[in-house]
Design a protein around this ligand. Structure first.
Ligand code: FES
Ligand code: FE2
Length: 424
């Protein structure tokens, strides 16, 4: 016999997730990773970018939806479209820049040229395809579903079972707090992200952004540095009973809510913060303004977006392979928000999340350590049962628990199993 053996089939997803545990193969099996890309990323709603990243006609940003390269393009006539970044001639990505402005996308291989709407407008050396050749059949493929909420653009590459608003579920309530904080109703997202690689499965990264259990331990050094500089130790807000909470919001979305604590990130009492609050009171009324100003949120929008209002930034999580994930952290400014807080964001991200930063490298090591440990076949399950006995339903979509509980992670895997099994 010649040739290599075929790869083993993916394990059945329904066998890998129980109410309080996840099997190690969910993080280590390459065939399962392919199924996830197909069933979660290439069929559902996925975050692509912010409207503010492509503010003018001709502006574009390249991104990926699962394994599919896409272009978030603002066409002068058709507005924002999401194009599949794949030349209809012989497959090359037609746009190879991260960001830019153009009147057309020209493929580097044989020069086929597409409008920013995706229409094919130029094929070098006319006549090569004979009479009646239909150029319109060779337009760039488009994501059939594109929607925007609070200035955040989501797309789906295939038919979706729910519209975007339904998909956002209980996360909308928290996105609305961010939206109302802005004079324009959206966030001004920086086009220069801090990028980093996580040597771990993408779901470990998702679990981590709504993990309020780990900070006092993983980030002990960073928190000591903050305490030395500011006289305030954030570790105290990530302890059991601190008043902070963890929640699941339906459809896999999750939340760490520190609004009832003062982590001291936002400079809420500075002169400019007080002036901003006064403008919110004028625009929204006292009660809503208080709610908006008080919000200190870490929101996961399943499967690939994380927004943190304290250190104003969002992160896009991009699965690369079963044990490798890329993350793009974009600082954002709140239009009309306190200038000093807006200006401080780049520094805050560099301080926490850059390669030489205090916080993020610690998470990266923790996640890589998990991925290495999960290679051990004799211990099969990751245990996510913390706080299961004390989880409280707040609404049809939202259940909540102590900040140290694994409420959001369990919610994430309930959605994972729905998407992975029901579509089998
Ligand atoms: S592959 Fe794009 S023009 Fe040939
Ligand atoms: Fe962390």
């Amino acid at each position: 016999m010649s040739g290599s053996a075929p790869p083993p089939p993916a394990p059945s997803p329904g066998d890998l997730v129980h109410a309080d545990r996840v099997h190690r193969r969910a993080y280590t099996d390459a065939a399962l990773f392919d199924l996830e890309m197909e069933r979660i990323f290439e069929r559902g709603w996925v975050f692509v970018g912010a409207e503010s990243e492509v503010p003018a006609p001709g502006d574009y940003k390249t991104a990926t939806i699962g394994r599919v390269p896409v272009i978030l393009s603002r066409d002068k006539d058709q507005g924002i479209v999401v194009l599949v970044n794949r030349c209809m001639h012989r497959g090359a990505t037609v746009c190879r820049e991260d960001y830019g402005n153009t009147s057309a996308f020209k493929c580097l291989y044989h020069g086929w040229t597409y409008k920013t709407s995706g229409d094919l407008i130029g094929v070098p050396f006319g006549g090569g395809y004979g009479k009646g050749w239909d150029k319109s059949a060779f337009s760039l493929r488009r994501a059939p579903h594109v929607g925007s909420y609070a200035g955040l653009v989501f797309a789906s590459l295939t038919a979706v079972d729910v519209d975007l608003e339904t998909h956002l579920g209980g996360a909308r309530k928290y996105l609305d707090l961010m939206r109302d904080n802005s004079a324009t109703g959206s966030l001004d997202v920086a086009r220069v992200p801090e990028r980093y690689v996580v040597e771990a499965n993408w779901k470990l990264q998702l679990e981590n952004v709504v993990d309020g259990y780990h900070p006092p331990f993983t980030h002990e050094t960073a928190f000591e540095a903050i305490a030395r500089e500011k006289g305030h130790n954030p570790a105290t807000t990530s302890t059991q009973g601190s008043g902070a909470r963890c929640a699941t919001l339906g459809y896999g979305h999750g939340l760490l809510d520190y609004s009832d604590t003062d982590r001291g990130y936002s400079g809420k009492s500075s002169d400019s913060a007080l002036a901003h609050h006064a403008s919110l009171v004028e625009r929204l009324g006292q009660e809503r303004a208080d709610e908006v100003s008080n919000a200190d949120l870490q929101l996961l929008v399943f499967p690939n977006l994380f927004v943190q209002t304290g250190r104003q930034h969002l992160r896009v999580i991009r699965p690369v392979s079963v044990d490798r994930t890329e993350v793009y952290a974009h600082p954002y400014a709140v239009p009309g928000g306190p200038e000093d807080v807006n200006k401080a964001q780049l520094k805050a991200i560099a301080w926490w999340a850059s390669a030489g930063g205090f916080g993020q490298p610690e998470d990266l090591e923790a996640l890589a350590a998990c991925q290495r440990g999960l290679a051990a076949p004799m211990a099969e399950w990751n245990y996510l049962g913390r706080g299961l006995h004390r989880e409280v339903a707040l609404s049809e979509l939202e259940t909540s628990g102590d900040v140290t509980d694994e409420v959001a992670q369990r919610g994430m895997y309930r959605r994972w199993i729905e998407l992975m099994v029901e579509q089998s």
